[in-house]
Design a protein around this ligand. Structure first.
Ligand code: HC1
Ligand code: SF4
Ligand code: SF4
Length: 572
């Protein structure tokens, strides 16, 4: 333990605690723009300076030492912080009124808190232009403040290394290797850099205009589906506490926006389990291409293509749930409803920016029609709801349309890390046992450990060894152990985003301060498991609409039609 004094308050903290953390513990807020716990701990912005004796030192990297006396609120400190912010603003595109991050921008709020009213420094401004090359993310370097948080997310957490610092001094910028358009790099589109960015330098590609256009076109039949993780996060955009479920209001809002049908991706998550569970049983039997690796996360799939192309056959051939839903809408539903598939516009609301890229992949189409036409993030949906003047908080809850709108609890838990594995085990175990089981919660695959291993004895005597992984850095580690023969698994779930989809790159922005105070992954995941418990059906194979889809249309799981419409193959 270390004793120190901050602003006259005596305290004792663990060795290794930074002054920034120690101050926060006693309710003293020190502003910072670059520090993001676990992601970026570089002290590059210098906004968090404090006075230690005669010196000003950045508190985010300053470790508490015995008998230290710190002052966080002197004129000298306030002036220094203001100067730093003024310097940042002097080379910043300050179009706040039209910036995507207005009101959630940390530079804006720090500047306001520090009472910055004029900018004394006027000089040359960097002119860099906007990178629109990616299907998922947009980079506007004129708004970048060089904090390094995006690089921390991309390199430290994801180990993708798509972006980094280049050049020096005034020329310094965050860019790709050789300054290539990001859409042509190994970026996997996860959007974790967007979630980390304090300002408007990184945003998702805006597809709201495309969707508004489809909605106002009388020749289009516009169908929407919402992912499992949307309903536990959308409320945050309307002032609800983190972890509030707003499923009914979300459906009501989608209907008010004018979609012709409001379906549920959770239904297709059940469908994925039927297909992937069957695939797992047959691979366990044949022993081929084990471990079976989930393929529902497009960030992970692209990561595999760039980094482990020799193991692409291990990926499940299943399309991801929202793509399956899209394929069913343009075939089964279109037929049933008598709608021309060519007139259907499928819109997916996803917590994910990589889903925008996935939606455009050639592999995910049928007879020249893309399964999904547009993907909107949770943030874009909130934007459309606000734009339409819908009073979200006062909406009366509504329910999804059928036949593609009923999801089981197993489908619901896809949104949190471990959910896909648990959903699969619920079905595979019961199918092999040939009878219903009561114990359906597999707690070993839940929780936030980066790599969760589990061994389960199946009713047929076979053991199934599972690994559940979230965050691509963890995935890389496991893949290397598999390649070197040190680890063997039968089934692997990987979600690119730490926490799984609940903390995907398209979810409501949570500022660094709140991220330090609350466990965002845990709060949203808790809501996901509550959703599961609230549902009548909790196993995919018990979903009556899934049973109907197979009996009316698909035949059997992994059958001929299922292969044509619900499966794909990724090649090198
Ligand atoms: Fe996900 Fe999935 S769980 S990938 O995180 O398999 O995006 O929510 O929709 O498709 O179901 C995302 C979430 C989502 C798919 C499902
Ligand atoms: Fe890196 Fe993901 Fe951002 Fe791409 S989207 S630059 S992979 S963090
Ligand atoms: Fe920081 Fe955002 Fe710039 Fe990345 S893009 S360095 S997160 S301001």
């Amino acid at each position: 333990k270390v004793k120190l004094t901050i602003d006259g308050i005596e305290m004792e903290v663990d060795k290794g605690t930074t002054v920034l953390e120690a101050a926060r513990d006693v309710g003293i807020e020190i502003p910072t723009l670059c520090h993001l716990k676990g992601v970026c701990e570089s002290s590059s912005c210098r906004v968090c300076v404090v006075e230690v004796g005669p010196r000003l030192i950045a508190s985010c990297t300053l470790k508490a030492e015995p008998n230290m006396k710190i002052q966080t609120n002197t004129k000298k400190v306030r002036d220094a912080r203001r100067t730093v912010v003024e310097l940042l603003l002097s080379d910043h595109n300050r179009e706040c009124t039209t910036c995507n991050r207005s009101e959630s921008c940390e530079l804006q709020s720090v500047s306001k808190d520090l009472n910055v009213r004029t900018i004394r420094f006027q000089g040359a401004k960097s002119k860099t232009g906007i990178d629109h090359s990616s299907a998922s993310i947009v980079r506007d370097s004129e708004k970048c403040i060089l904090c390094g948080r995006c690089i921390g997310a991309c390199s430290n957490i994801q180990t993708v290394h798509a972006i980094g610092f280049a050049h020096r001094g005034f020329e310094t910028k965050v860019t790709t290797a050789y300054d290539r358009p990001i859409g042509e790099t190994s970026c996997v589109n996860c959007g974790q850099c967007i979630s980390a960015c304090p300002v408007g330098a990184l945003t998702e590609r805006d597809n709201t205009h495309d969707v508004w256009k489809a909605l106002s076109d009388p020749t289009k039949y516009v169908v929407v589906q919402a992912a499992p993780a949307i309903r536990v996060a959308l409320g945050e955009e309307f002032g609800y506490p983190m972890g509030t479920r707003v499923t009914g209001k979300m459906v009501a809002a989608l209907r008010k926006l004018g979609f012709d049908k409001v379906f549920d991706t959770n239904f297709a998550a059940d469908l994925t389990i039927m297909e992937e569970g069957t695939e797992l049983i047959s691979r366990l039997t044949s022993g081929e291409n084990l471990p079976l690796m989930t393929s529902c996360c497009p960030g992970w799939v692209k990561f595999m293509e760039h980094n482990f192309p020799d193991m692409l056959d291990n990926l499940s051939t299943c399309k991801s749930p929202h793509q399956m839903e899209g394929a069913m809408i343009k075939s089964y539903f279109a037929q049933k409803e008598g709608v021309d598939p060519k007139s259907i516009v499928n819109v997916s609301i996803m917590p994910c920016t990589a889903k925008k890229f996935e939606g455009e992949r050639e592999e995910l189409s049928n007879e020249g029609l893309q399964d999904v036409d547009y993907v909107l993030t949770t943030r874009e949906l909130a934007q459309m709801i606000k734009e339409a003047g819908i009073d979200f908080r006062n909406l009366t809850g509504d329910t999804f349309d059928n036949p593609l709108g009923l999801g089981s609890g197993a489908g619901a838990i896809f949104g949190a890390t471990g959910g896909v594995a648990e959903a699969a085990l619920r079905t595979v175990y019961e199918v092999l046992a040939g009878k219903d089981l009561d114990a359906i919660e597999y707690s070993a695959v839940r929780g936030l450990d980066g790599i969760k291993e589990n061994e389960l004895e199946l009713p047929n005597g076979k053991k199934i060894k599972t690994a559940v992984i979230h965050g691509l850095g963890n995935a890389r580690q496991v893949m290397e152990l598999i390649q070197s023969g040190e680890k063997h698994y039968d089934f692997i779930e990987v979600m690119a985003c730490p926490g799984g989809c609940v903390t995907g790159g398209g979810q409501p922005i949570v500022n660094a301060k709140t991220q330090t105070a609350v466990n965002v992954k845990q709060e949203r995941a808790k809501a996901i498991y509550e959703e599961d418990q609230s549902l009548q059906f909790r196993k995919s194979h018990k979903n009556p609409y899934i049973q109907m889809l197979y009996s009316e249309f698909l035949g059997k799981p992994n059958g001929h039609l299922a292969h044509e419409l619900l499966h794909t193959h990724y090649v090198k």
